[in-house]
Design a protein around this ligand. Sequence first.
Ligand code: NAP
Length: 461
Amino acid sequence: MNKNSSNIMALAATTPNKRETVCIFGTGDFGRALGHKMIQSGYPVVFGSRSTQTSSMIPKDAEVLSHAEAAQKAAIIIIAIQRQHYDFLIPLAEILHGKVLVDVSNNLKINQYPESNAEYLAQLVPGAKVVKAFNTVSAWALQSGTVDASRQVFVCGDNMEAKQMVMDIVRALGLTPLDQGSLLAAQEIENYPLQLFPMWKFPILLSLGLAAFFFIYSLIRDVIYPYVYENKDFSFFIAISIPNRICPVVALILLALVYLPGVLAAIIQLYRGTKYCRFPDWLDKWMLCRKQLGLVALAFASLHVLYTLVIPIRSFVRWRISSRILSQALHNVTEPLNTTHAWLSDSYLALGILGFFLFVLLGITSLPSVSNNVNWREFRFVQSKLGYLTLILCTAHTLVYGGNRFLSPSSYRWYLPNAYMLSLIVPCIVLVVKFVLIFPCLDKPLSQIRQGWERNPQYSE
Ligand code: NAP
């Protein structure tokens, strides 16, 4: 017999064949879905209901009894009922004494009640051990067999043994329990399913605001100005040219905004001489959504790449090239190759390709499945060192694109510079400040502060 099979036998011997009966109060959508999944996982299930009549909707291997009868059959009772109906549990307090009550409930609004539903349940049935769990899993996901949404089940409770029993059930159902601590965490857990991409709100609103601003800006410069002064209709620029100006500009500004809070934090720490003092709230929130800012920036950069790929097949571009060739033929002249221009154009493209490659690499390493497989030093190396390199390459890409046009008066329309010039302001500030911060006279004290040294203890909290 090989080693593996003996291991399997040893495991089988320690795994109990018979699972404990679980009671579910409520034969609604969630109660039935959870009951179904539990029966599939080998748990005998008994439902406690106001009506003891079974129906075709109820899993066929489950018993349906009155609440009092069902509660007596199990040590764990899952309350799959809305909070506003919890009053019916008060007369059952004696039967429920010492039992594990699992609160799965959610509310309609964030912080709808002063206390969490689980704490309310613990007040109503003081003799029971209340555990909060399962509220982030939907009935649909349980019923559809595969849990398509998150497999994580947040669990909290004051009684360790009760919490462990619930976590064992969670594992047996093929889900992942995450211990969130005492019942005080219940309010936060109840708020999770009500939040809509909380970390994405600021990056998305900011990028939409920037995109709207640069759209109007480019419309004025590139469509309205030629129409007013040259009577030329460039309104078709709205389809590709203007979006292809907005995307790189927004991507570069957002990428710089990923690194700006880091340099601001360094300046604050240097000024205060300690790291034991909280940053202002706005800076804390900004730092927390840097990953999302970076991913939105990557989305805009990817769009820029796609728009750039179609440039050669645009009818306007083909018309411009053929009319230049025709004009040379008609005037019997040949434009000599401008090697400076060729150098600028190739360098601009090379910087863009390298910048985008590193940008994609940053995006990939921010995925949880990848970041979970690298240690903290490797993660910091990629996100900080490679991140700054990406910012340098993308800023250089934009600078070289501008080339010698920065100071040319023809690139200003109604005194408005090109949009890409505006996009360079934030990245250049970030890179210059970062460059200053790596000077030993600033880098050394900053490293010491980050290792816990305190130069100005009056700022410590
Ligand atoms: P539901 O379909 O409306 O079922 C609720 C059940 O509560 C009813 O079927 C009924 O069961 C029982 N009930 C209703 N009024 C009652 C009363 N006055 N006294 C005693 N029992 C009463 O709701 P649900 O979708 O299953 O949700 C149940 C709980 O799970 C809620 O707290 C919800 O927040 C939570 N939850 C639901 C989901 C989901 O996807 N649906 C996901 C996570 C959490 P009987 O007729 O058998 O008595």
